[in-house]
Design a protein around this ligand. Structure first.
Ligand SMILES: [Zn+2]
Length: 124
């Protein structure tokens, strides 16, 4: 059960209650979402905490979501809030490329798809 960080009321689904409730106390929408996420995980997610997990340990967003038991959307919100740059697509792609290379090596004994004879012929 998730409750509102502000009034403790039970929240059902993606209720907009939190934003409205916090708004009554002049808490901005952005801050309300962070406070609610902290409330949900049971401790304050600090910038230092995220830095160590996301930057130093290079945890992926799905991993962070798993560790903190919050949604992907909530994770990206916290990252944005602390202005922690999300690892770019290039970085993510690089990791995938390494994995793909390993698979190619394993299956065909080549580093690159172009080294495969059948692929080469198709390219001509
Ligand atoms: Zn409330």
């Amino acid at each position: 059960m998730t409750t509102c960080f502000n009034c403790g009321r039970e929240l059902k689904g993606n209720s907009r209650h939190v934003v409205v409730c916090a708004g009554n106390k002049n808490i901005s929408k952005e801050n309300a979402r962070i406070l609610q996420i902290n409330h949900k995980v049971g401790f304050e997610i600090t910038k230092e905490y995220l830095d160590s997990l996301y930057i130093k340990e290079e945890k992926s967003l799905p991993e962070l979501s798993e560790i903190l038991k919050i949604s992907f959307k909530e994770i990206t919100h916290v990252l944005d809030y602390y202005k922690i740059p999300r690892r770019n697509q290039k970085g993510a792609g690089k990791k995938r490329a390494i994995k793909a290379k390993a698979t190619l090596q394993e299956k065909f004994g080549v580093d690159n798809v172009s080294q495969l004879k059948s692929v080469k012929e198709k390219n001509i």
